[in-house]
Design a protein around this ligand. Structure first.
Ligand code: ARG
Length: 284
């Protein structure tokens, strides 16, 4: 009897890491003193030293994996500045800055703009629409997945396409707990055969169908994975940094050959943030 080729087990392609270039901002002035998302309760105390230790561990993890980490100087009075991912989108050296929805965060945009200018990034545009950068934009290497619903204006998606010159796919978020795209989806591997992980319930029915169509092999996260901000992961193509509690997601990733790295981000989560929120990737 002949063996039918496509019934033979598919060889598992080993996920490969590529060196990354990140920008981060230490949580020196981190607090939760206002509430602009359902995770933030100004009545819950934040342990500043612990937040700093968790952030340090994240940074050291990237460095240990061989990635380059640059740091922006934190500013007093801007407690959310640690969430660097919200402050710019950089693709092929072009920079699209940020424009925050909440007045409490507005001034962060200028500090980051200055960092890019000082570092010699010439192709820099500040957006005219509300745009929370990598909070709502995920680059697959081919398309920019773009979230709206709570923060980034849908019109900012067209603006990003025009400024960055990459195709944008708009997705609508529907659950206030998953207010940024990066709380519900992340890219595991970039390129023509990009892979993502996401939590379908965070998206509108139409957006779910778009994701299914584009990424039939996606890792589908559960409510428990999403609930600890497990979708706020950072992947270098092989190693995937996740919050400690995201054990279900970690197991699914390990099954597919990825190496999950679980980190405690409990203090940062009190502000609605996780590993990815603290990490702006410079796609240069
Ligand atoms: N407290 C911040 C805010 O609500 C958290 C931002 C988290 N960043 C992110 N990329 N999801 O704006």
């Amino acid at each position: 009897m002949t063996v039918i080729a496509d019934q033979a087990p598919q060889p598992i392609q080993t996920p490969r890491a590529t060196p990354r270039h990140y920008l981060m901002c230490p949580p020196q002035y981190f607090t939760v003193e206002y509430s602009i998302n359902p995770w933030m309760d100004p009545g819950t105390p934040v342990d500043a030293d612990r937040a700093m230790a968790q952030w340090d561990e994240l940074k050291r993890t990237y460095e240990r994996l061989g990635h380059t980490v640059e740091v922006v100087e934190p500013q007093p009075g801007l407690p959310d500045m640690v969430f660097a991912a919200n402050s710019a989108t950089v693709i092929d050296g072009r920079v699209l800055g940020a424009r925050f929805r909440a007045p409490q965060r507005a001034a962060e945009a200028e500090h980051f703009r200055r960092w890019f200018t000082t570092r010699g990034y010439r192709d820099l545009v500040m957006p005219s629409r509300i745009n929370e950068a990598e909070g709502d934009f995920a680059w697959t290497g081919q398309v920019l997945l773009a979230g709206s619903g709570f923060r980034t204006d849908p019109e900012a998606h067209a603006e990003a396409q025009e400024v960055l010159g990459v195709p944008v796919v708009s997705l609508r978020l529907i659950d206030p707990r998953y207010y940024h795209l990066d709380t519900a989806l992340f890219v595991l591997r970039r390129g023509a055969d990009a892979r993502i992980a996401y939590y379908p319930e965070a998206f509108s029915a139409g957006s779910r169908r778009v994701l299914q169509r584009m990424f039939p092999d996606a890792v589908i996260a559960t409510a428990a994975d999403a609930d600890c901000l497990g979708l706020n992961g950072v992947s270098d193509g092989r190693h995937v940094v996740l919050p400690t509690e995201a054990t279900g997601l970690a197991a699914q990733l390990a099954d597919r050959g990825y190496e999950p790295i679980l980190l405690d981000i409990s203090e940062l989560r009190k502000s609605g943030g996780g590993p990815k929120c603290c990490t702006l990737e410079l796609h240069t």
